[in-house]
Design a protein around this ligand. Structure first.
Ligand code: SF4
Ligand code: SF4
Length: 156
């Protein structure tokens, strides 16, 4: 079984500071720059409101729902005003979720096994760890992709 990283999103959200940020490149040409935190937050933490206040509050039309009802952000349109973060009634989004970090900040590409291990090492084991398990909804563990598992308490 290949190595995966398990991210406890609930505990990560409660940290004062995010020590390292992760991305996932599907190919060397993949320039999309969504962090794993953002992708996981919209997929697992967001309650997918019917009349999504975050979309209505966005002054740049940067948010929309995809065919599965998952919110996506157009990075090229977003002006990082945080209106969506403030208006979300469930505090879904971490305050720094869309911040662009300074150039000396590490964005680790979790499609690379060495970087995956480095990312895990930046956090305590109970928040991010390298595992060889599979998705297990009974334990609140869900698959984001083949390399990334997320622990989250999904609202139903
Ligand atoms: S308002 Fe919050 S919970 Fe509702 S769809 Fe937007 S991000 Fe998700
Ligand atoms: S932070 Fe970006 S996505 Fe959110 S409301 Fe502002 S422009 Fe829209």
């Amino acid at each position: 079984m290949s190595k995966k990283v398990l991210i406890d999103l609930y505990k990560l959200r409660n940290l004062d500071e995010c020590k390292a940020e992760a991305i996932y490149r599907t190919s060397p040409d993949d320039k999309s720059f969504k962090t794993i935190r953002e992708l996981a937050t919209f997929q697992f933490t967001c309650r997918k409101c019917d009349n999504a206040p975050c979309i209505n509050a966005c002054p740049a039309d940067a948010l929309e729902k995809d065919k599965d009802g998952i919110i996506t952000r157009a990075v090229n349109l977003c002006i990082r005003c945080k209106s969506c973060i403030t208006i979300c009634p469930f505090g879904t989004m971490m305050n720094d979720l869309f911040e662009v970090k300074t150039s000396d900040y590490s964005y680790m590409d979790l499609s690379d096994e060495a970087e995956l291990e480095k990312f895990a090492a930046a956090y305590p084991d109970d928040i991010v760890s390298v595992v060889d398990i599979d998705e297990d909804p009974r334990q609140n563990i869900y698959k984001l992709n083949d390399k990334i598992l997320v622990k989250e308490y999904i609202w139903e």
